[in-house]
Design a protein around this ligand. Structure first.
Ligand code: BGC
Length: 325
């Protein structure tokens, strides 16, 4: 009975929300809403997230301001965040390069009535109201299984990643390590490229020279797999060094098509921007607690557990055609 009541409550909300959108409620607010988005670095991936925010904001007659530091610098991320508070935006979505330093600014925004959600890389103890994103740990498991298949359960792997402090990076690697446990796959090095694609490329070249018998790369961030593919191609090792990565960079997809990259874990980054903005809009239009209830969360419970889970897909040569863009 209770579950049914809750379900009915939720569907009533959906009807109301749909009606509000159809009637153009967004446009009816005295001042169009402005949302602030804080990304992690200036790579293509974040353009997609920003586009998702801008599209959703414009659908409700508002706008999104999206900014990123050059390379995952958390101090710069915090100052972008503070800038949005100072402008009095209607909501902030952020991805933490390092979760701990965000607590203070998230609390400041919430105290001023600015709702805050995290996306892509969580800061669960910051007090943010909701996290929107795929399970980073499960992504690591999916990548681990793809690697086991690519290597037939045996070989040496080098890991490249853009951050050692971001939760998504830590959890992706943890999921991968837990999955390869008990196989004959060994990680020979793990290197931080600081969210810089050109560093990732030169690092991949040095890794190939330092480990001439390397069997595979795991590229944990969006630009890593394509950088590794270029290094593997330049070294004439296509096929003998496998690559498993993340995201749908146009280059990554081309390298999958041509057989240089084996697989990539895709979680639809544009959706992060869209969903986060819709949630921030609803929090302004209908109230924070009503929005949390509509999402199935208890407004009085610890917000760390308010997670809107976005599904993951593995892209390989078999299905890459449907993801090309
Ligand atoms: C991650 C982001 C990261 C981006 C870098 C993505 O895979 O989810 O956190 O900033 O790669 O390009």
């Amino acid at each position: 009975m209770r579950a049914r009541g809750k379900k009915m409550f939720r569907s009533n909300w959906l009807v109301l929300l749909t009606a509000a959108l159809v009637l153009g409620l967004g446009a009816a607010f005295a001042n169009p809403m402005t949302f602030g988005g804080v990304g992690k670095s200036a790579v293509w991936y974040w353009n997609y997230v920003g586009d998702g925010m801008k599209q959703a904001a414009s659908d409700v007659g508002g706008k999104a301001l999206f900014q990123t530091p050059q390379q995952g610098d958390v101090t710069k991320q915090i100052s972008i965040f503070q800038g949005f508070i100072a402008q009095g935006v209607n909501g902030i979505a952020f991805a933490a390069s390092n979760p701990a330093p965000f607590k203070h600014v998230v609390q400041t925004a919430l105290k001023q009535g600015i709702p805050v959600v995290a996306f892509d890389s969580d800061a669960p103890n910051s007090g943010r109201l909701v996290y929107v994103g795929a399970s980073a740990y499960n992504g690591g498991v999916v990548a681990g299984k793809a690697m086991i298949k690519a290597l037939g359960g045996k070989g040496t792997v080098a890991i490249q990643v853009g951050s050692l402090t971001a939760l998504n990076a830590q959890r992706r690697i943890q999921g991968f390590m837990d999955t390869i446990k008990g196989t004959d796959i060994k990680v020979v090095t793990k290197q931080n490229d600081g969210e810089d694609p050109s560093t990732a490329f030169s690092q991949a070249q040095s890794i190939l020279s330092a480990h001439p018998n390397l069997d595979a790369f795991l590229g944990v961030y969006a630009y890593d797999a394509a950088a590794e593919a270029q290094a593997v191609k330049a070294a004439g090792k296509v096929g003998s060094v496998k690559i498993v990565g993340w995201d749908d960079a146009p280059d990554t997809l081309k390298f999958i098509k041509s057989g240089v990259i084996t697989a990539t874990v895709y979680d639809g980054e544009k959706i992060y921007g869209q969903v986060a903005t819709m949630i921030l809009y609803d929090m302004n239009a209908f109230g924070v607690n009503n929005t949390l209830r509509m999402l199935g969360f208890d407004p009085n419970a610890n917000p760390a557990n308010n997670i809107v889970n976005v599904p993951l897909t593995l892209i390989t040569a078999d299905n890459v055609a449907q993801f090309m863009h």
